[in-house]
Ligand binder design. Structure first.
Ligand code: CMC
Length: 377
């Protein structure tokens, strides 16, 4: 055994620099390229925030108009992707469908065949935009086909959020719902070296391609300790039923040593900076939908968890019920997270390539000492 300290889960380890976002757990703040995320959520569209993450600055009106034009032109679901999705079982988890569809999109891109095409910044900006524009179509269509509904073509007179909701539900959203969705996309977009972003950077560090990196990141996001928690929160609410049962349910769950989904965070120990903004949005949706019962259940479990364990909610806690009230199926919640976080992932992929070094840590071997292969019969 060596004396080298082991950092299980890389907890507390700084592995690289980044100029994309800053998480400060002491001041409970999250900055994207220097801007507080709650200010971006209050004043910007998700398209503007995507541009900011990729390019480092908010777009000028002309830059935004050009970006929106391109994004809208790339929205229609590729016919080959529709065929692929139709061939996948409706029993498959929607995250597996999104992962498979993104992987397939990589096979259409023949600029990947030249080695220099793998890492070219301009090509990667185009690929990031293509995934940004295609993911709403993929996520919306997969939910619709599960409900026995047909594909809805995108509308190029609507912004990103309104169009996403249009393609999912076939009606223009109420302003409160559109705004809630826009805020959720902005809050989910970026969060420094979280597990899925780090996965994308690891894949990129081998000089693999952007689609492979995003496909890997989707796999990492799926787990309930990461993005899968927003879906798992609704399962918890389903188990509890009503607000008056929250405390007893929690006591029993903690006695079984269960992790309560939507609570706790590796970095934030005094509260997740994104929660107040998302909770305000949830309160509006509760009001809009007349679902005080859900709001009460939310408050009751939060209060019980805080008083019993002093562990605070993370973004997934308000985001899960918010997506429920917007009308999304529970299994679609984490794919919505993908549609948002693809902006952060692709910004990190491009940043990784600016000063790449293969990510290849060490391990301490604890298996048997060297030995001889026994004679084979
Ligand atoms: N429910 C019950 N106990 C918890 C929870 C929870 N949600 N979170 C932490 N704890 C306890 C944990 O049992 C441990 O207690 P003890 O010291 O007595 O063993 C202590 O708090 C420290 O927990 P940890 O698991 O060592 O902390 P971590 O930094 O490794 O875990 C976490 C962070 C997010 C994996 C964990 O809080 C968790 O599993 N939460 C539930 C899943 C969840 O909501 N995930 C979304 C994370 S935020 C959004 C995102 O990034 O995707």
């Amino acid at each position: 055994m060596t004396e080298t300290p082991i950092h299980k889960g890389l907890a507390g380890v700084v592995v690289d620099t980044t100029a994309i976002s800053k998480v400060n757990p002491d001041t409970n703040s999250l900055l994207y390229r220097g801007y507080p995320v709650q200010d971006l959520a209050a004043h910007c569209s998700f398209e503007e925030v995507a541009y900011l993450l990729w390019h480092g600055e908010l777009p000028s009106p002309d830059q935004l108009a050009e970006m929106e034009k391109l994004e809208r032109s790339l929205r229609p679901l590729d016919a080959r992707t529709k065929t692929l999705i139709d061939a996948l079982p409706t029993t498959a988890h929607p995250m597996d469908v999104v992962r498979t569809a993104v992987s397939q999109l990589g096979t259409f891109d023949d600029t990947l065949l030249q080695p220099e095409g793998l890492t070219d910044r301009t090509l990667n900006e185009g690929r990031a935009m293509y995934l940004f524009a295609q993911l709403p179509a993929i996520v919306a269509y997969d939910q619709r086909r599960r409900r026995g509904e047909d594909l809805i073509e995108p509308r190029d007179d609507l912004g990103y959020s309104a169009n996403f909701l249009w393609m999912t539900f076939g009606s223009e959203p109420a302003p409160a719902v559109e705004q809630a969705f826009n805020v959720s996309m902005i809050l989910y977009a970026e969060h420094s070296f979280n597990a899925s972003t780090f996965t994308a950077r690891v894949v990129t560090s081998t000089l693999s391609d952007l689609y492979s990196a995003v496909t890997g990141a989707i796999g990492a996001l799926k787990g309930p300790l990461h993005g899968g928690a927003n879906e798992a929160v609704m399962a918890v609410f389903g188990e509890i039923g009503t607000a008056d049962r929250a405390d007893d349910w929690l006591e029993a769950a903690l006695a079984e040593k269960r992790k309560i989904m939507g609570f706790g965070h590796r970095v934030y120990k005094h509260g997740d900076s994104r929660v107040p903004t998302m909770k305000a949005v949830l309160d509006d949706l509760v009001e809009h939908a007349g679902r005080r019962d859900l709001g009460d259940l939310y408050d009751a479990l939060e209060q019980a968890m805080t008083s019993r364990k002093n562990i605070l909610p993370n973004l997934d806690y308000p985001a899960g019920p918010a997506y429920h009230l917007m009308g999304f199926d529970t299994a679609t919640f984490t794919p919505l997270f993908v549609a948002s976080r693809v902006t952060g992932w692709t910004a990190h992929i491009m940043e990784q390539l600016e000063s790449n070094s293969l990510i290849r840590p060490l391990s301490e071997y604890v298996g048997p000492d060297q030995r001889e292969v026994p004679a084979r019969p």
